[in-house]
Design a protein around this ligand. Structure first.
Ligand SMILES: C[S@@+](CC[C@H](N)C(=O)[O-])C[C@H]1O[C@@H](n2cnc3c(N)ncnc32)[C@H](O)[C@@H]1O
Length: 502
């Protein structure tokens, strides 16, 4: 037996000693040949709805069960003032430091030491993921800030000087990455909503809580041995973990044939996110691919395609002012009750089925209406660029008329053309990645190949918009809308002019 098989065997015997029920129809499989590490496999045919295993809550690892929470009185309360990540990182690191003395040692021995997730990529390797927006979500800085907060202060508050020495920044990244790829958010059975109602502001002040903390979350980030042995596949998922009062239950959601792998789903994630968090990709793509269209590309498209007689700097400033006014629009605020953040976002998701966010369509329709209007009169455009109140009044007209249209799933031809130009502008940023051919089957991919697969999946989503933009949007000619918008502006001007006369 190699050390991989020995650790698996020790883990299995630990599981059988500690867990309520594990079906004889499942086994932990060595899937190193298919680059999946360990996984769960069906030993026999399994019928849909069969319980695969049941785990008592006191055998999952979180702040309530971990040794650190019991190290000294008051630790539970201190941990509860932290956020989920911070608390579980400290608890898991402490168990790892205890080694053989930890009640979880056989479980800890099967957790990985090496990662392919983006936190562990060098800057040269990350460069290969440009221009994907996933690069903005790696969170190295936030992780380092969290480290400075916890070490040494919280290790000492929790009574462990040794943890200060053990938890180096490198180890911190390892522990955080294990949590990122292995943990579950499990509802907290001790969370009593009535308690929350009684917890007044005084108590909050007493604990100096200035941010999200476990106390009010109603769930606990937890390590769930065996449930985390399941690999994930967005297409082949055939099992699901559910939470009962005192136990966690893994159930087959489909009939599973003998020898087949039992898959969970880690989330409805595109390959970029699967790579960021878990260090692998699905072929040829995840079921939930999306690309992102950044606001910077929308800005570039409108700046480059309109008002060419104006200086580029003025055009850029005009776009920024316009976007600012759209994001501050009270009318949109009231009309779009469930969209707290407004419609001007840093980036817009573009999905694999060629659908785009309604916020993106509305923004492009408003911008199109605005730019097509001001394009008719360059003098007026220059004046608008200088006079905020006039710009605001006109933008508000464009917002109103565009909203009324898009609300009825109608958009103008020029809006579609501008959307396509934005998407083409984004595709152009992918350079050679546009032509990469996604491999048909798995092999051990190096990081450059993983990056290329992610980029090509994003390009495919963007291309889909150009080829299959949903027909649910009726398209009309722009002229009627423009006439309407400009007519109202003229009336408003005339009205204003009249009012100014004594
Ligand atoms: C929760 S663990 C699953 C158990 C893991 N395979 C092990 O050996 O410990 C998540 C990790 O499993 C691997 N993994 C999960 N699903 C995979 C898949 N479909 N293909 C390749 N690797 C996968 C990734 O390394 C991921 O970070």
């Amino acid at each position: 037996m190699d050390s991989f098989a020995t650790s698996t065997a020790a883990f299995e015997s630990w599981l059988h000693r500690h867990y309520d029920y594990i079906s004889d129809d499942i086994e932990i499989a060595d899937l190193r040949n298919s680059h999946e590490g360990r996984g769960l496999r069906a030993r026999n045919d399994i019928q849909k709805d069969t319980v695969l295993f049941r785990l008592a809550r006191d055998h999952i690892l979180n702040i309530r069960t971990a040794a650190l929470g019991k190290l000294k009185p008051g630790n539970q309360e201190v941990l509860e003032t932290l956020n989920q990540w911070e608390a579980l990182i400290l608890c898991l690191a402490y168990e790892m430091m205890l080694g053989e003395e930890s009640q979880w040692s056989s479980y800890l021995a099967v957790l990985p030491e090496k990662f392919n997730s983006l936190m562990f990529w060098s800057s040269e390797e990350l460069e290969k993921l440009k221009p994907s927006n996933v690069l903005q979500r790696i969170g190295r800085e936030q992780a380092e800030q969290m480290y400075s907060k916890l070490v040494p202060e919280y290790c000492l508050r929790l009574g462990s000087k040794k943890l200060v020495e053990y938890l180096t920044l490198d180890r911190f990244h390892v522990v955080a990455s294990i949590i990122m790829s292995y943990s579950f958010d499990v509802d907290d059975p001790e969370d009593d909503p009535e308690d929350d109602a009684q917890d007044g502001e005084d108590e909050e002040e007493e604990l100096e809580i200035d941010q999200e903390c476990i106390k009010y979350d109603g769930y606990l980030k937890s390590m769930v041995p065996l449930a985390d042995t399941l690999n994930s596949n967005t297409h082949l998922v055939n099992a699901n973990l559910s939470y009962e009062n005192d136990a966690l239950v893994m159930t087959a959601t489909k009939d599973i044939k003998e020898g087949e792998q039992i898959y969970n789903i880690y989330g409805e994630l595109p390959n970029s996110e699967i790579l960021r968090k878990y260090g692998y990709v699905e072929l040829p793509a995840s079921k939930y691919e999306f690309a992102e269209l950044p606001l910077t590309v929308i800005k570039q498209t409108f700046v480059e395609n309109y008002l060419s007689s104006m200086d580029r700097k003025i055009r850029e400033a005009l776009f920024d002012k316009t976007a600012g006014l759209i994001s501050e629009s009270e009318y949109l605020d009231e009309s779009l009750e469930d969209q707290d953040g407004g419609i001007v976002l840093d980036a817009y998701e573009v999905f694999a089925d060629a659908d785009v966010l309604p916020e993106l369509l509305l923004l492009v329709q408003i911008l199109t209406t605005f730019y097509e209007s001001v394009e008719t009169d360059s003098k007026w455009a220059k004046k608008l660029a200088r006079t905020r109140s006039e710009l605001e009044a006109f933008i508000n007209r464009c917002i109103l008329k565009s909203f009324q249209l898009v609300e009825k799933k109608i958009i103008t031809s020029k809006c579609v053309a501008n959307l396509y130009k934005c998407v083409e502008g984004r595709i152009a940023q992918y350079g050679a990645a546009q032509d990469y051919e996604i491999p048909a089957s798995y092999r051990e991919f190096d990081r450059a190949e993983l990056a290329a697969i992610v980029l090509r999946c994003e390009v495919n989503c963007l291309r889909n918009v150009l080829n299959n933009f949903p027909e649910k949007y009726e398209r009309i000619d722009d002229s009627k809308l423009l006439k309407n918008v400009l007519k109202r502006k003229a009336e408003a001007d005339a009205h204003k002019h009249k009012k100014q006369k004594p």
